[in-house]
Write a protein that binds this ligand. Structure first.
Ligand code: ATP
Ligand code: MG
Length: 421
């Protein structure tokens, strides 16, 4: 691809993340190219192209293995407003590299003659393991506030430090981060969760820089231990992708309570599905964590009825995720014996899937109660709930005869009783 462009007379280089990752010894499948050719010229040279971002000069070109590579015309920024830039073509490679965010992302590689072009010292920073802005940090972060969050993500992803001036510029950017669109912020959070093995190292910096205070106020003072729970969750590969994301976000918000979490995720434009999954877990954690943590740190597990009550409160399909979240929190706090957590896990899963803990598990349903003349209307629901409580305490009573008998002898509490209780 680079050869085709070069043979047509256009200077062409590999740039960006792929060069950085290759120098770090990591394989990268999507090589991006920067070229002197204009988008129109690029489209003439290749058969299969897609206009990925024509106005910024980016054309997607497919290689023989049907992989898409971004081919972008050398460009310079002529105007910036804290996020969007107006770009101009006809720039040189050096100008193109100068508009990139960090030195480690501003190294060019010539795939034909195998040489590197690195005018900003990106290789030195890769060896020193620092993220450093290209040029004047304060000015570069002012041009595009997203760079503050990108710097933190790259540093956490590679276990790098952040250069002193760049860090000062990140701190200085924090009050202005509110100008980023919620979608962008959500994307940064998601990329951090997906790319960084130990996300707490990124989020400690979000907190310390003041990024949480600006963007997710409920996390402004989150403590490091809570953040470490994210790292303590099972490694990727052990969990499916959606579950891993739900758990990572639930750990991040685990001290915020269900309501605050719901609000924060809604403000960040998370999907309804994500909001429901994450905030339900956080809600159950805040409800059950105090007693459960106390019991387990004293070395005891709830008895069978206690485990059934817990499983019923958490919800059968959430039990596994709940225990993983709890295990991560306890492991980060060093509060509970891991062997005890494993026992809790085994036993509560067994309970949740073998024993009656939900209305649908009862040996009687509303129709049974109605046709036996026991209850109608709103009383019906109250009776069923009361029967479920009985069965959770003693599953042996979950038979039709036993439950009908109980329902007949025990009048369900009336609405007024409930209120006065
Ligand atoms: P990843 O592996 O996460 O994709 P990447 O370095 O390829 O990392 P991208 O977001 O794909 O990151 O961007 C590609 C390149 O474009 C970067 O390496 C950088 O040179 C440049 N770039 C991207 N975003 C910005 C930005 N906001 N400001 C300046 N340069 C940027
Ligand atoms: Mg990339």
């Amino acid at each position: 691809m680079a050869r085709t462009l070069r043979q047509a007379g256009f200077e062409t280089w590999c740039v960006g993340g792929a060069v950085r990752d290759a120098l770090l010894g990591e394989a990268h499948l999507d090589w991006d190219l920067a070229t002197a050719a204009t988008p129109t010229q690029v489209r003439k040279l290749f058969r299969r192209t897609v206009p990925v971002g024509i106005e910024f000069g980016t054309i997607g070109v497919f290689d023989r293995d049907h992989r898409m590579h971004e081919v972008t015309t050398f460009r310079r920024d002529v105007k910036t407003d804290g996020r969007h830039a107006v770009v101009e073509f006809g720039a040189s490679l050096d100008e193109d590299l100068a508009r990139r965010d960090f030195t480690i992302n501003a190294i060019a590689y010539d795939p034909i003659d195998h040489r590197l072009h690195d005018p900003f010292g990106g290789q030195v920073d890769l060896t020193r393991r620092v993220v450093r802005a290209v040029g004047d940090a304060e000015a570069r972060l002012r041009e595009d506030r997203l760079r503050a969050l990108r710097a933190i993500r790259f540093a956490a992803r590679f276990g790098f430090d952040i250069d002193h001036d760049t860090w000062q510029a990140i701190v200085g950017s924090a009050p202005f981060l509110t100008r980023l669109s919620p979608e962008r912020v959500k994307q940064e959070l998601e990329k951090t969760m997906a790319q960084v093995l130990a996300p707490s190292t990124a989020f400690v910096r979000w907190r310390d820089a003041g990024a949480f205070a600006s963007l997710v106020p409920t996390l402004a003072h989150i403590d490091t231990r809570t953040l470490r729970a994210i790292d303590a969750l099972p490694r990727p590969g052990l969990l499916g992708r959606p579950l891993r994301k739900t758990l990572r976000f639930a750990a991040l918000f685990s001290e915020a309570g269900g309501k605050q979490t719901e609000r924060a995720l809604r403000d960040l434009r998370f999907s309804n599905q994500d909001i429901a999954n994450v905030s339900a877990l956080v809600d159950r954690w805040s409800r059950y964590a105090p007693t459960l943590t106390e019991m387990l740190s004293e070395g005891t597990l709830p008895d069978d009825a206690g485990l059934r009550r817990l499983a019923a409160g958490v919800g059968r399909l959430r039990v596994a995720a709940f225990v993983r979240l709890a295990a991560a929190r306890w492991s980060a706090a060093g509060a509970v014996q891991p062997s005890l957590v494993r026992r809790l896990h085994r036993r509560i899963i067994t309970m949740a899937f073998r024993e009656p803990i939900e209305l649908a598990d009862l040996a009687v349903d509303g129709d049974d109660l109605r046709s036996a003349g026991i209850a109608t209307g709103p009383a019906l629901g109250r009776t069923l709930h009361a029967l479920l409580q009985v069965v959770i305490e003693n599953p042996a009573l979950n038979s039709r005869e036993a439950l009908l008998k109980i329902a007949r002898t025990h009048e369900p509490p009336s609405e007024t009783d409930c209120r006065s209780a």
